[in-house]
Design a protein around this ligand. Structure first.
Ligand SMILES: C=C(O[C@@H]1C=C(C(=O)O)C=C[C@H]1O)C(=O)O
Length: 407
């Protein structure tokens, strides 16, 4: 087995300054292996726009920013949809001294799979048929990441602060939260909250790093079986193919920004408490130290770890095959300070929370050779971290475990 890598994702903090009222006083927060970033206090929302206009909007915001101001928030999965970025002063909030996880486990919960695991497997089978029909033709679909969701309804409002604290118990991930504004469907606003293991881009001065993950196996409670699962993943040609597409795409996107770029450690096995992944740390040096981290995140997003190859065609099939819109799931969440430094993470292992409801999302990469039921089980395992943090059975979405709507 190759070296096991634990991700070293950077965090920090920040505050809020508001034009429109936001129900939660925290606008964005990241708690990960190297610290905490908290966006709290007076804030203003950067006028929302699509990926094509992001650089102009962010450059204008940063040009007028005080040295201790930062931008943080979420980029949606769909590059045409509006983003949610807040600008506020950086706060030096101390790490939480042990928040009492009040309100968790959730009382009186109900869980509905949308779509049911079997329907998800059917969509995977359709994607495999498309790949088989197109194989060898120009612009053929080579990889697609298909997701499904679980709707959790609780008898009481879901406590975001407590959930964040529980997600942060896994020190190999970055627990995150971003306040999403109120809208007609969500009059009280929403929060995107999760525990991502995947670093999209980190920038400090000229140095940048990315740590894509693709290729997954569920962790098992028996240590020997768990090691065997990691070794099987390490030796899986299908998973390495799936992974290589992501690394190639990130290298291609970053190359024009960089004077040096490479993967010093090669591909390794990384882990969270619930999953094994193939991961490759990419490191580089920028040509222009002033390139904002959020601009790099937007250029990279969505990578084939969450979308597919070729990107535009995969995104079209995702819209057609997934019954629930992704919204901010599989987008990017992060922060960028006035000098452009910052960290952006892939918004996975997450849920959109609004009052008593949480919508959990999980996806899996499909390449020729994928097995539809195994991919359904993989997505089931990826829900585990959020389900456990909510106090629900971690295996509630695993195939063959019926649970209020999951058949
Ligand atoms: C899409 C998700 O995860 C992504 C897909 C992976 C895979 O297909 O193996 C692994 C890690 C992530 O890049 C998710 O967790 O929802």
């Amino acid at each position: 087995m190759k070296t096991r890598c634990i991700m070293n994702i950077r965090l920090s903090e920040a505050p809020k300054k508001t034009a429109s009222p936001v129900p939660d006083p925290v606008l964005f927060g990241f708690d990960g292996p190297s610290g905490r970033i908290l966006g709290q206090g007076p804030a203003r929302r950067i006028a929302p726009g699509n990926a094509a206009t992001l650089e102009t909007r962010v450059t204008a915001a940063l040009a007028g920013a005080a040295p201790d101001e930062m931008i943080g928030g979420a980029l949606p999965f769909d590059r045409e949809a509006g983003d949610c970025l807040w600008q506020c002063r950086r706060s030096e909030a101390p790490a939480p001294g042990g928040i009492t996880p009040q309100g968790l486990p959730l009382p009186g919960w109900r869980l509905t799979a949308e779509p049911a695991a079997r329907d998800y497997a059917d969509a995977v089978a359709r994607a495999l048929d498309i790949m088989a029909e197109e194989a060898g033709s120009e612009d053929a679909l080579e990889k697609i990441v298909l997701a499904r969701t679980l709707l959790v309804e609780s008898a009481a409002p879901i406590p975001v602060e407590a959930l964040m604290a529980r997600l942060h118990a896994d020190r190999s991930v970055t627990a995150f939260r971003v306040a999403l504004p109120a809208g007609p469907d969500h009059p009280q606003g929403r929060a995107l909250i999760g525990a991502t293991p995947e670093l999209l881009i980190e920038k400090r001065g000229r140095r940048i790093a990315s740590h894509p993950l693709a290729g997954s196996a569920r962790r098992l409670s028996d240590p020997a079986a768990d090691r065997a699962a990691a070794e099987a993943l390490s030796g899986s040609a299908k998973d390495h193919r799936e992974h290589a597409l992501v690394v190639e795409s990130i290298l291609d996107t970053l190359a024009p920004f960089c004077r040096e770029l490479g993967c010093p450690e090669g591909t390794c096995i990384t882990s969270t408490r619930s999953m094994w992944h193939l991961g490759t740390r990419i490191e580089g040096r920028l040509k222009d130290e002033g390139t904002p981290s959020v601009v790099l995140a937007s250029a990279l997003h969505p990578t084939p770890a969450v979308c597919g190859v070729p990107m535009a065609r995969a995104a079209g099939f995702i819209k057609a095959l997934e019954p629930v819109a992704r919204d901010f799931y599989a987008g990017a969440v992060g922060w960028c300070d006035a000098s452009g430094d910052g960290a952006w993470h892939v918004a996975i292992r997450c849920a959109e929370i609004s009052g008593r409801r949480a919508r959990l999302y999980a996806g899996a990469g499909i390449v020729p050779g994928s097995d539809p039921m195994a991919e359904a089980a993989e997505t089931g395992a990826k829900f585990g971290a959020l389900l456990a943090a909510l106090g629900l059975p971690q295996d509630a979405a695993l195939q063959g475990v019926p649970c209020n709507g999951e058949t």
